[in-house]
Design a protein around this ligand. Structure first.
Ligand SMILES: Cc1cc2nc3c(=O)[nH]c(=O)nc-3n(C[C@H](O)[C@H](O)[C@H](O)COP(=O)(O)OP(=O)(O)OC[C@H]3O[C@@H](n4cnc5c(N)ncnc54)[C@H](O)[C@@H]3O)c2cc1C
Length: 465
């Protein structure tokens, strides 16, 4: 791995945010790309936020002309599809760690990732298609997605089941001749109302009687124009409709797709779902850290805004706000370390071995980010809760990442269960401490007159007598 020693560059944003171990792992081509992504977001995205808002307001369910233009431009500059991990043959070759650095920068503007075709759910969907689809399926669905010709959705969650445990997914898939027939209700998945939405990757139950619960489910490629597929309404997130992508609520009423649309094979949905989510979770977390940096900068600006001087002082002259700035800085930097460590672990050991560090990011980042943005809103007070700042939208993003890709309680549950597996080894070590302590007390003559040991504190495990 080539090391990165340009001291001058290391003093500049974004490189001055990375610890030395990260800088030493960034290859020269990645350093170049990170700089270009940074320039792109700084000059083409952040200043264009108001224009994008105005264009979407004019035509809510159509992709804004500015988005089309930026996507064309980003593609021409080679800032396109840079997310795909380097073990895919379609990948541009960044490691998870290198891409994580790019994702943070993209996160500064909510839609910047989309200008580079690096946005959710497309990234997860493209990874899925690249990893599990046949060449014919890739030609039909992956190639246009990578090209940015249309968009796709992931359709797993259901209103009538606890789908954070995906074994509960009940949308029914039945085989009928050369077709699969789908019936059920789904929540989420981008809005059908946007004419660019062409593909739903659907998880359904094809074999409910199978004694092996992990083999009951199947994934299908469902074209958006399939007869019987209806979008009932758009789901708002804390009041935001997230147009023009949105979040649809769907019914599948005898929707038919040809058998060639099965991904990997019947009963193999869990193999696919497990491969999909790791990198996507890291991307969300890094983008969220970018959003935190944005919120933090707004708070910093507010601290010395001459228009706002309660009791004749800048807001930043009050100790409470100085401490808030310090706490937020520490928290953002700590979150970044957690996610970069997760990305690096995935590079070194693979997604499966990275399960704990991915969960660690997924649990810690959205919750802390929401708290950080809440503090920024408080420093802005009245305006901070309104459209005068992007803070309410940023807070909503942090809040929804606590649920999207699995609620944090489910990740905590998994981490806690894994921790309990350490009980046996931990007990053995503590037994050994207690045995040794008993020996030492005998040597140092600390036994009581009746030969019993007089423990000041009771060992957590019983010593062998
Ligand atoms: C903005 C946004 C975008 C989304 N995009 C998509 C998308 O593109 N496609 C898609 O399919 N879904 C999407 N989702 C849905 C999301 O993935 C699900 O809501 C999530 O996985 C939880 O599933 P559920 O709603 O069925 O919750 P449930 O399974 O009903 O869980 C409810 C609650 O039960 C508790 N719980 C569950 N499991 C455990 C556990 N193991 N231990 C302790 N407590 C537990 C938790 O408190 C949890 O919040 C999106 C959600 C949001 C908010």
């Amino acid at each position: 791995m080539a090391s990165y020693n340009n001291a001058q560059l290391a003093d500049q944003i974004p490189f001055n945010r990375y610890p030395p171990w990260v800088l030493s792992k960034l290859r020269p081509q990645a350093v170049d790309l990170i700089q270009r992504v940074y320039r792109w977001v700084e000059t083409e995205c952040i200043p264009a936020e108001q224009i994008m808002k105005a264009q979407v307001a004019e035509n809510r369910w159509k992709t804004a002309p500015l988005m089309h233009e930026l996507r064309k431009k980003a593609k021409a500059q080679g800032l396109w599809n840079i997310f795909l991990p380097n073990h895919f043959k379609e990948s541009p070759g960044l490691t998870n760690l290198e891409y994580a650095c790019c994702a943070e920068i993209m996160g500064q503007t909510y839609w910047a990732a989309q200008t580079m075709n690096c946005h959710a759910p497309e990234t997860g969907n493209m990874e899925l298609l690249a990893k599990y689809c046949t060449d014919a399926q890739k030609e039909k669905w992956l190639r246009p997605l990578m090209n940015g010709d249309f968009s796709s959705a992931y359709s797993m969650t259901e209103p009538d089941k606890a789908t954070s445990d995906a074994t509960n997914v009940s949308c029914r898939i039945t085989r009928d001749g050369d077709d699969y027939v789908i019936n059920g209700r789904k929540l989420y998945g981008n809005a059908l109302w946007n004419e660019e939405m062409k593909l739903y990757i659907l998880m359904g139950c094809s074999d409910p009687g199978n004694p092996d619960v992990w083999k009951r489910h199947t994934m299908l490629l469902v074209p958006s124009n399939s007869k019987g597929l209806t979008m009932r309404r758009n789901l708002t997130i804390m009041g935001y409709d997230h147009a023009p992508e949105g979040h649809g609520e769907y019914t599948y009423n005898n929707v038919r797709v040809p058998k060639e649309n099965v991904i990997l094979g019947e009963g193999r949905a869990f193999e696919i779902a497990q491969g999909r989510l790791g990198p996507g979770r890291i991307h969300h977390c890094m983008r969220l850290i970018g959003q935190c940096e944005r919120a933090y900068e707004l708070a910093l600006l507010r601290c010395k805004d001459p228009r706002k001087q309660p009791r004749g002082k800048y807001i930043g002259q009050f100790d409470s706000n100085i401490e808030r700035l310090a706490t937020m800085r520490l928290e953002i930097d700590a979150l970044r370390l957690v996610v970069l460590n997760a990305a690096d672990t995935m590079d070194a050991k693979g997604n499966k071995a990275g399960r704990y560090v991915i969960a660690q990011s997924k649990i810690l980042v959205p919750e802390t980010a929401a708290k950080i943005v809440d503090t920024c809103m408080q420093m802005y007070a009245g305006q901070g809760l309104t459209q005068h700042t992007p803070l309410p939208e940023i807070w909503t993003y942090a809040r929804f990442v606590r649920v999207a890709d699995g609620p944090d309680a489910a990740h905590r549950h998994q981490v806690g269960r894994d921790q309990l597996k350490l009980h046996e080894a931990t007990r053995k070590r503590h037994e050994a401490y207690a045995d040794k302590a008993r020996e030492l007390r005998k040597i140092w003559d600390l036994e009581t007159s009746d030969g019993e040991l007089d423990w000041e504190y009771v060992p957590p495990v019983a010593p062998k007598l």
